[in-house]
Design a protein around this ligand. Sequence first.
Ligand code: 6PG
Length: 228
Amino acid sequence: MNGALVVVDDVAESFAEILIEHLPVKAGPVRSLAFSGGSTAKECYLRLASLGGDSTEWSAVDAWWGDERCVPLDDPDSNFRLVNDSLLSKIAPLRSVHPMRSDVPHAAEAYEELLRAAAPIDVIHLGLGPDGHTASLFPESSALTAPDDRLVVSNVDPLGNNPHERLTFTYSGIARCRTCIVTVAGESKREALHRVLDGDPSAPAAKIDGENVIWLVDALAMGPRMGR
Ligand code: 6PG
């Protein structure tokens, strides 16, 4: 595993606090965020909306997505909808919002072009699946071996544990972001987290790398290993 491991009581609270501390409060530097999907992410965004709703200069923030299911943006399974319902609908308008559109030709390449035309994203938020995936980088999936120059690719879970065709950042896409915050909460993630900590090559999240990677994990996910 690369980066810093921080064990916290409440990953959603810690996630929101880190971002609020570094998000522009007034004429501060522009910030850009790439959002994740999943229930942990939803908790993080609800907390971000309640803790940073008013104090953050959201009009200086650009929103991106680190992965998306290839469904309509208003589909209950859409990561855009998850972020919109838990955060964007509760705060002031952002400077720009870039949903991952799967209904356009060459969707992955189109999103990659948008990314390349913008400055590297300041913060990407990732989760950890019980199978060791992150974003939509699933075990044994083709996206794990995407060419280094690709930032976004289409992908599916060949083992069938995760629904829908996906669009996902590649490892290069993740590494291009200035900071990566991975949030891991609950006992159900303990086995996957330990595989990551052990550098298990079959856990895609173990290969997350970049300039500044922060793993925010709670005691339940960490388990008795905390002392080691
Ligand atoms: C997705 C997410 C995915 C998620 C993990 C953790 O589109 O499903 O991006 O990578 O972050 O599966 O999800 P939970 O927090 O719900 O366990």
